[in-house]
Structures are given as C-alpha cells and as structure tokens.
Design a protein around this ligand. Structure first.
Ligand code: SF4
Length: 482
C-alpha cells in the first residue's frame, strides 16, 4: 500500500461517519438520489479544508431539505428557525468576528418566510456568506410552489402551472440584492455540467474568501436540481436547468465590488467599551452605588428569586421590575428582566418577569414565581395558581376586591394605590410595592434600591416622590400584623 497515492477522498470538513444521523446509514446523506445539495456541500467542504478554516467555521442550517447540514459538516453548527439564518448569522458574526459564518438556505426558507431577514442582512452588509439553493420548489414538504417557481411550472399547488396573474412572478434574489449598495459579492451559478460546476466551485471559494478578507456580505445563488419534486430523472433535471431555468435565472456575477474594498473594511471588529463610556452612553451623571451581595444572608425561601409582576398598563409594572433588576445587578448578581404587554399604551395588560440569581440565568421566563406581585384583579385571577408552594403573593388591595384562595403560600395584602394617593400621585403605587418587597424579603439593600432610581426613573424630578413611596412601603410591612 506504500505506493498507493491518494487522489480522491472525502474532504476533511465532513465527518467521516455521519454519527448524528439517527438511522444506521452513517455513510449516506439523507438527500434523494441525484439531488445536488450533496454536490454543493462538497464544494463548500473542500473550500473549508483548503482554506484551513474548519475550526472557526460555523454552518447555519435552515428549515428545508438542508435542515440536517449539521449531520455532515465537522465544523460549528447551528440549526435555526425557518428563514432566520441571516439574523442568527449576524449575531454570531458580530460577537465572534474571527468565525467564518456560512448561512445555507433554500428558496422557501430564504425567499419566502425569510425574505426580509436576507434583505436586511444584505443591506447591512453583514460580513457573512450565504449559499442560497434555488430549486424552484418546496422540496422537503412535497413539491409546492416556491417564490422562485417559474411561470408555467407545475407544482403540487400550481397543478396547471404558475400563472403571473394569480401567483406573481418568480423572485430573483440575486438581481434584487445586487441593487443594494452594501453587498460585496453576488453570483448565480448552476450545478449541472462540468463547466458550470467549475464556476460554482470558484464562486463558493470567492464568497468565503470575501468574508475571510472582511469585505462584507457575499451570496452565491445555486441553481440546484430537485428530481423528486420535479418528477424528473437527474439527467433530465440538469438539462431542464440549463435549457429552461437559466432563462429566468441567468447565471453570472451580479455584483462584485471586492476589488474596490480594503481588506477588513467590513469586518466590524468589536472594540471593548470602557466602563466610563457606558456611563456616558446611559447618561449616568454619577457613580452608581454598588455592593457585593451575599445571597446566603437572604432568607432561604427568597434566595435567587424568580418574580412575576402583573397589572394594568400604566401602573408602572415594568418600572417596578426594572427597579428590582437594576438593584439586583448592583449587588453583583445576574439579573434578567423581560416585559410582556398588550398594544395599548394605557389600560391594557402588562406583566414582567424578573430573575435575580447568584448563578447564570438560563431562560428569563418565569412560569412559576417564588414571588408574585399583582396590582389588579384580573392579574390575581390569572396568576395566583402559578405561584410555587411556599411562595409569596403581594397584592394591591386598593384595586382587588376578591381574596386570594391559596392556603399553601404566604400572602401580603397592601393598599398600594391608596398609599400612593396619600403621597400625592397614584403613579407611585409601584414604588410602594418595591418598598414592601425590600422589607419583606430582605433580598435587596434599601440604599442600593433607592440609588437605582437614578438609573431607572426617567424624569429626575419625580425621584423624591418615588423614594418616599418606597419608604412608606417598607414602613407598612414593618407594622403589618397579618
Ligand atoms: S426533495 Fe428535492 S431538494 Fe429535497 S432532497 Fe429530495 S431532491 Fe433534494
């Protein structure tokens, strides 16, 4: 065997065995016989190997026939929601500028549900590479009309052929995106004969190289055959691409400004922002007070709390949550805050989820709170059952006529709206409750909470009234004999 010279082998950017495949055929792909997805995979894998970038390449697979790209490529892999590959690619690339991020998408994914995603990513000139497989049909779901289906082409949903008057015209992605200023390189190729394959090979390499050189957005539209969806043999399908499909989708370079761009000019390397700059950006006039929090000193049932706050829009629900989250952060803990509200500016429903944790926070969503704060009756009716057994319910008796029914939780009623009225504004009822939370749970240092108002309260003239409300809430709990 010593004299045997290797002339042909699988690119190293592919796994030797496709171990992620659930069936026993670990050497075969899941694609239909004759499908050219595999050919494009190979061209990409060869380029990755030749450029020596496998350890920093991240492939993003879409929804569609190529959903299982991660079975094959021995690179980083993400499988993302339908049409959202360019958005995910943007996030990955901007946070990992040295990664080579490749978005692999079909026509249903990219040109239909993900149409705006690709348009915006291209328009921003994201330094990513997109391989867009155009086979003029929805293959995976059984051959329905795609945005790229040709006029007259028969599909499951256009059995008499696509008609422009009914279904519009095929969307020409390369032509469309090449009208934008930002993209660096856009070419359409076809996976048919040897000549076209060589062009496709060069285009794949050029697109990846464009990203490696930090010159911005590159996209290769690949006319690929779908023998199953088209009901053709692979040979006839390739002939059809050359003779019919390329009339609507001519192959060629649609945009190439790579020679005019400096290396690295679109790389968007993130520079770390110094702390003082954050203060400037957030218009923080003074140093924020911070302390090193010690969660072990918090009563056990309130350690690492998950909090759900609910009420009407306009009751300051979100600000209540922000105040707790900001103060939690200033104790050196991880915090999360997510709002959820209806479209109404006032009077609709509003709730927010807050987590304060010594350890990392996975999901910011709070389904079963340790602490539930409800400011109106519908919120009590809706969320009371969700509190963890042994948890705490704080409810605003000024706005709630009924009584909670749970007997396995601790309940703290507080006439927050009436107390706020006495202070001078109904709008500080939320801060009365903040005071109640501080005093009742001992999670947060009161001084830090009061200082946090400088960050979360927009109109500084209202800060004294908010401080007064917090103090009144604390006092109420101290005197409460429930
Ligand atoms: S349905 Fe078409 S595109 Fe999908 S794997 Fe089969 S031949 Fe390829």
């Amino acid at each position: 065997m010593a004299n045997v010279k290797e002339v042909y082998r699988k690119p190293t950017a592919f796994y030797d065995e496709f171990f992620r495949k659930p069936d026993e055929y670990k050497q075969d792909t899941h694609y239909c016989p004759g499908c050219t997805h595999g050919v494009l995979h190979k061209l990409i894998a060869e380029a990755i190997e030749d450029f020596g970038i496998a350890d920093r390449t991240i492939m993003i697979s879409p929804v569609g026939c190529s959903v299982f790209v991660y079975y094959y490529f021995d690179t980083g892999n993400f499988q993302v929601a339908h049409g959202r590959a360019p958005a995910v690619a943007t996030g990955i690339k901007r946070t990992n500028p040295d990664a080579i991020v490749i978005s692999y998408q079909g026509d249903g994914d990219l040109a239909a549900i993900g149409g705006n995603n690709i348009l915006q990513a291209a328009n921003r000139g994201e330094n990513i590479t997109v391989f867009f497989v155009n086979n003029a049909i929805y293959g995976m779901t059984g051959g329905q009309m795609a945005p790229t289906t040709l006029i007259g082409q028969k599909t499951m949903t256009t059995p008499y052929g696509r008609k422009a008057e009914w279904e519009g015209y095929p969307i020409k992605i390369s032509e469309l995106l090449s009208t934008l200023d930002a993209p660096a390189y856009i070419e359409r190729v076809a996976l048919t004969d040897a000549k076209n394959l060589m062009k496709a090979r060069n285009a794949v390499r050029k697109a990846i190289k464009t990203q490696m050189e930090g010159k911005g957005f590159s996209l290769v539209e690949v006319l690929s055959i779908c023998p199953s969806g088209w009901r053709m043999t692979p040979v006839d399908a390739k002939k059809w691409v050359n003779e019919v499909m390329t009339k609507t989708f001519p192959v060629g370079v649609y945009k190439d400004v790579t020679a005019e761009r400096e290396v690295g000019s679109w790389a968007r390397k993130l520079e770390p922002v110094p702390l003082e700059k954050y203060h400037e950006i957030l218009e923080l006039e003074r140093e924020a007070k911070e302390i090193k929090g010690d969660m072990s000193k918090v009563p056990e049932k309130f350690q690492n709390p998950e909090i759900l706050i609910a009420g009407f829009g306009g009751q300051g629900i979100l600000l209540l949550g922000q105040t707790l989250a900001e103060a939690g952060m200033r104790h050196g803990w991880n915090t999360s805050w997510i709002p959820s509200y209806g479209p109404e500016m006032r009077g609709g429903t509003a709730n927010c989820h807050v987590k304060i944790s010594e350890g990392p926070i996975g999901s910011p969503v709070v389904d079963n709170p340790d602490i539930l704060i409800v400011m109106n009756q519908p919120s009590l009716e809706r969320f009371e059952s969700s509190i963890k057994p042994g948890g705490l319910l704080i409810y605003n008796t000024s706005m709630i006529d009924i009584k909670p029914t749970r007997t396995d939780i601790e309940i703290l009623p507080i006439p927050a709206t009436e107390m706020a009225d006495e202070i001078g504004s109904l709008r500080v009822a939320n801060m009365v409750v903040v005071g109640a939370v501080i005093e009742k749970t001992k999670i947060l240092d009161p001084e830090i909470v009061l200082d946090s108002l400088n960050t979360v309260v927009k109109h500084k003239k209202f800060i004294p009234m908010n401080i007064e409300a917090i103090k009144r809430g604390m006092e109420y709990v101290r005197n409460y004999k429930g």
